[in-house]
Structure formats: C-alpha cells, structure tokens
Write a protein that binds this ligand. Structure first.
Ligand code: G3H
Length: 489
C-alpha cells in the first residue's frame, strides 16, 4: 500500500493529518471480483488549494521571482536534476501505471520512457529558442532584442489515460519557460506522482511547483475563482474546461492550453490495402481499450469492401488477449473507471435497438471491470455510439458509397483532431488530403491516428483543442514573445 501523506507547497513536503481518500484499482487480486486497495491520498480542502496558489504566486512574484528571472542555463540545470532523479523511479511508476489505470506493460514502459525523452527534447528545444536579435525592417538601425517570457502562474490538470506523459507535456514546458505551477494529478493515476514528489521538491526553487491532492471541484474551483491564475492548462473533457473557465473572472479572455475530446474517423477507400487497414484500425480503435483522445472512434468503410473488412476486423478483435497488464501479449485490460462497462453497454443497447448488430462473437461480454469490445454495424447517425465520444471498447462501423458522406459528417462534427485515410491511388488521395487538412489537423495516410512523435504539433479544430502541444509548440504556448528595442545591436 502506498500512503501519500504529503503535498508540495512552498518547497516543503507538508504532512497532511486530515481526511484521506482511498485509491482503488479495478484489477482484482481475487477470483471473486474485489477492487484492490492501492493506497491513500490526502483529501485537501479549499484552504490548502489557496495555500498552494499563494505559494506559486509568491514564487512568481509578479515576474520578479527567482524562477521567472533565472538564466536559461540555471533553469536547464534544475530540469536536468529533476529528470535524473525521475529516471531512478521508472520501475515504481511503471508498476503504478499498470495497477492504477490498467495500462499494459509495454505501453506503461513506453509512457515512462517517452516522458523522459520529452523532457530532454524540451531542454534541447529550449536552448534553441528564438532569442536572436532582429533588425526592424521599417526602422533602419533599430534592433529588437528578442526573448520569450513566462505567462505567470499556471493551473495544471492532467488526464487519467496518460497521467504521467500528457500531464508532463503541460507541466514541463510551463516550468521551463519560467512559469510557476499548481498541479493536481488526475483521479486515476494519482499515486504514480508520489515517487516523484521528492524529485520535484529538491530540483526546483521553493514554490515553483506545487502539488495538491483531492477533488477537482473542491480544489480547482476556488483557485480559478480567485482570478489569480494566468493560464489554465488542462487535458481532459471540455465540460470541465468550460466550467473552470466560466468561474474565472476573465472568462473567455483567460489564456488556456487545452487538449479535449475527439471523434477521429478512419476512411477506408475502395483501393485500400485491406490487411493493412484492418490491422491499423485494430490498433487505432482498441489500444488501451480505446481510452485515447486520438483513438479511431468511427470507421467509414467503402461499400464495395465493407463485408470483407467487417469479417477480418471482427475476427482480429476476438483474437485480442484480455488479461492483467503485466501478462505477456495482453492487449485488453480492466477499465480504470468502474462505471465505464455500464456506459459502453448503454451505447451497445442503444445501437442494437436502432438496428445495429454486434459482429464479433465475444463483443459486449462483461464482467465487473471489463467489457469485451463490440464491433457494431451498420451504425447510423441517430445512435449514441455515433454521437458521443465513447472513449472505450466499442467500435462503430459505417459503410459509404460516396466520399462526400464521411466528409459531410466530419464537417458537421463538433470535433476536428485527426483522420486516418486508407487508399493507394495518388490521384484520388491528393485532392482528398487537401480537403481533409481543412477539417482536421493531422491526416494519417495508411496508418492509425496518434499523437506522437512528440515533436509533431498536437492540436485540433473546433472543440478538440485550444492551443498546440508538442515539444516545440508547447514552449511557445506557455510563453510570450517580448523584446527590447534598441539602437545597439
Ligand atoms: O488521449 C490522448 C492522447 O494524446 C493520445 O496519445 O496517440 O500517443 O496514444 P497517443
């Protein structure tokens, strides 16, 4: 059991003697299903929320603090110290990723290693940042000595599906640019921050990073209401982002960096390599049980090959191995959100009532913490599985005769993150890609959707994102370009 007894404020790991919250895993350690108790976290209140906010504000000190005024090299040293200590915690964090959110071993290891790489890449990119002087074109002889400055104090809230990696894609660039941060870990994946608390405490000057534990509503709401936060950095759902933004006195003038929902489609054209399309769509729809914002959440397959696609796809889904995250070859794992199986079941029932069939034999078979992925066909627009971001193991398939059908759906959608396009003929693909890039931000040709590599811009249109994340872009998202105008070069 891991009892997280402290929170990080003002450079101190402060012991909490009040109420705690138990953290459970939906991975059962007994044959008769019983959630496994993993540990406890402090259940902090509004006072502690304000205490951490004040700590971050003091460290920023209206831009005059040690951290926002620190030299580039010195900030890099802090970050390097942190990542060095972080690397020693790999085993512990990977184990917690498996137990807390049910991510399989290879993906948990990848999440950790990818995060370490992300930090090193961020340091490198930070060194290259545009600090060069520029001569003003229209005012000969005046030079702009350019810098990039911090924005202030950031409230950072990460998601449960990437509680380490995605959270750090907000936290690390925000920090290295000189901002100070209040960070609340995600509800699932909260304990895996514990092994890193000391590294945070010892690597950064006091008050630069503050870590609070408890309920988002209790902690984040008063922080936002205070109006003292300069940036809301959140990866999660738009409902939470909207609520938090609305209670901040600045409302829609508040700076935000947001990664939100998506309903990424795959479009399988008549000349697609079917085996490739099937295997990419399996990875795209069901990696980590479909709990990825970049997951393929609806498959459009051309009428001429839909029967064959469905047959091969369903057989492959049924062949996926379910088990505990650490077992060899396991692709499907228990779901961390205990209400998810019931929600997925609702989507399946609704689709069946409205005329869809479950194509795969194992589809929809449930236990307390798991539901086997259901492949649904034919899916229509009146079904909830089409309308909602399922974020779980259910795959809707729609057949189309004319490419305008998926394109129109994408144009009408509230989301616009990515698309996967499967086909071979360059003459068909080229104009289609020109259209698709105006509907989403990334077109994946003959491959599934994904965020990585982390140097690629990660963003979306409409309700899918606000601002851009990537090693390169995030440094810009968490800073502002400033300059000194002078006659001296
Ligand atoms: O949940 C959204 C993540 O950004 C997905 O990242 O494509 O690397 O799995 P990924």
């Amino acid at each position: 059991l891991l009892h997280q007894k402290t929170y990080l404020v003002d450079g101190e790991l402060k012991t909490w003697n009040g109420e705690t919250t138990e953290v459970y895993s939906t991975i059962s350690s007994t044959e008769n299903y019983q959630p496994t108790l993993l540990g406890t976290i402090p259940n902090l209140g509004e006072n502690e929320a304000m205490e951490t906010l004040n700590s971050a504000l003091n460290a920023y000190d209206k831009g005059q603090g040690l951290w926002p005024t620190m030299k580039v090299e010195a900030r890099i040293k802090c970050m390097e110290k942190f990542v060095k200590q972080m690397k020693t915690k790999r085993e512990e964090v990977v184990k917690l990723l498996m137990w807390e959110i049910g991510k399989n071993l290879p993906d948990s290891e990848k999440e950790f290693d990818r995060t370490v790489d992300y930090i090193y890449d961020t340091i490198e990119d930070y060194k290259q940042l545009d600090r060069n002087s520029a001569k003003f074109e229209k005012n000969d002889g005046v030079y702009a000595h350019i810098r990039r400055g911090p924005l202030g104090t950031v409230l950072c809230l990460g998601p449960y599906n990437y509680p380490l990696n995605e959270t750090f894609t907000l936290l690390i660039p925000a920090l290295i640019m000189g901002n100070t941060v209040v960070f609340k870990p995600a509800k699932h994946g909260v304990l895996l921050i514990s092994p890193l608390m000391e590294a945070f405490q010892s690597s950064f000057p006091k008050g630069v990073v503050n870590i609070i534990y408890g309920r988002g509503r209790v902690l984040a709401t008063p922080i936002m209401q205070s109006g003292k936060i300069d940036v809301l950095a959140l990866i999660g759902n738009s409902k939470s982002a909207n609520t938090l933004q609305s209670v901040h006195p600045k409302g829609n003038r508040l700076r935000m960096v947001l990664g939100l929902e998506a309903k990424n489609p795959a479009i399988v054209l008549p000349d697609a390599d079917l085996d490739l399309a099937v295997s990419e769509c399996i990875a795209g729809t069901l990696s980590f049980n479909g709990q990825r914002c970049t997951a393929l959440k609806v498959l459009y397959v051309h009428d001429s090959l839909v029967d064959e696609f469905n047959k091969r796809f369903s057989a492959k889904v049924d062949a996926l191995k379910f088990g505990n995250p650490w077992e060899e070859g396991v692709k499907l794992t228990p779901l961390p959100e205990s209400d998810k199986p019931a929600y997925i079941q609702e989507l399946i029932d609704d689709a069946k009532e409205k005329g869809a069939n479950i194509l795969n034999e194992k589809g929809g078979k449930t236990s307390e913490n798991f539901i086997f992925p259901a492949v649904l066909y034919p899916v229509s627009k009146d079904m909830r599985v089409y309308q909602e971001e399922q974020f779980g193991p259910v795959v809707p398939i729609i057949s189309f005769k004319n490419i305008d059908e998926p394109l129109d759906d994408m144009a009408e959608s509230n989301y616009g993150q990515q698309v996967s396009l499967f086909g071979k003929n360059v003459n068909t693909l080229a104009p289609l890609i020109d259209t698709l890039v105006n509907l989403v931000c990334r077109v994946n040709l003959n491959s599934s959707c994904q965020r990585g590599p982390d140097v690629y811009p990660f963003t979306g249109r409409k309700d899918s994102a606000y601002g851009t994340l990537s090693v390169h872009d995030a440094l810009r998202s968490f800073s502002i370009r400033t300059f000194v105008a002078s006659k001296d070069n």
